[in-house]
Design a protein around this ligand. Structure first.
Ligand SMILES: [Cu+2]
Length: 201
């Protein structure tokens, strides 16, 4: 009986926590968001390719792989691995050959790439600040969803997940390669909070 009661108490706490925080102060996140949206794209940094380089396909698969590494590191509360993955994403973005893109792809990429790189770099520079990395991961995940819309899923089935608790209770999405929920915003605190909203085939 005692065990059952404890079980119910834990379940109730979990549910309450999952629905909590909707009215929490969101100043910090808003500040972070406004700071990051004010950052403009930097074409000079992205034209880091030589004229002789042959046109390669857009490295969607490579960027997604870096993102998934980052997502899995955050789900495991591992800021050091998250930082390494953030740096990998930033490095891959610099290598993108703009000349290999169609005009429409170029336009979409330019809208996304600056913020994406900026957020990846911040995550890379903050190995010891897991929660700060997660704030940037909110925005980075939105950009990744947009990038996948333009450039595809890199040949693997992906899932767009949503956690109502993240982002100070405003909720946030992430992209996953597994159907099972492994929450990168809450980590071990609440690994299975959230749900699949979309399957990207
Ligand atoms: Cu930062």
């Amino acid at each position: 009986m005692k065990n059952i009661l404890i079980g119910i108490a834990i379940a109730a706490t979990t549910l309450a926590a999952c629905n909590n925080g909707n009215n929490k102060n969101t100043d910090a996140t808003q500040k972070a968001a406004s700071k990051d949206t004010s950052m403009t794209t930097q074409p000079s940094a992205m034209h880091d390719t030589t004229a002789t380089q042959t046109a390669a396909a857009f490295p969607a698969k490579e960027i997604i792989a870096g993102y998934l590494q980052l997502k899995n590191a955050l789900a495991k509360d591992n800021g050091k691995d998250a930082a390494a993955a953030g740096n990998t994403i930033a490095t891959t973005l610099v290598k993108v050959d703009m000349k290999s893109l169609s005009e429409a792809q170029m336009k979409n990429y330019m809208d996304i790439a600056g913020d994406l790189k900026e957020n990846a770099e911040h995550i890379g520079a903050n190995a010891d600040k897991l929660e700060h990395q997660r704030e940037h991961f909110i925005m980075l995940s939105k950009d990744m969803a947009d990038l996948i819309k333009t450039f595809g899923n890199g040949g693997q089935t992906l899932y767009k997940d949503f956690c109502p608790m993240a982002n100070d209770g405003k909720g946030a999405i992430w992209i996953s390669e597994v159907k099972e929920i492994q929450n990168p915003y809450l980590g071990s605190k609440m690994p299975d909070c959230g749900s699949v909203k979309e399957t990207i085939k």
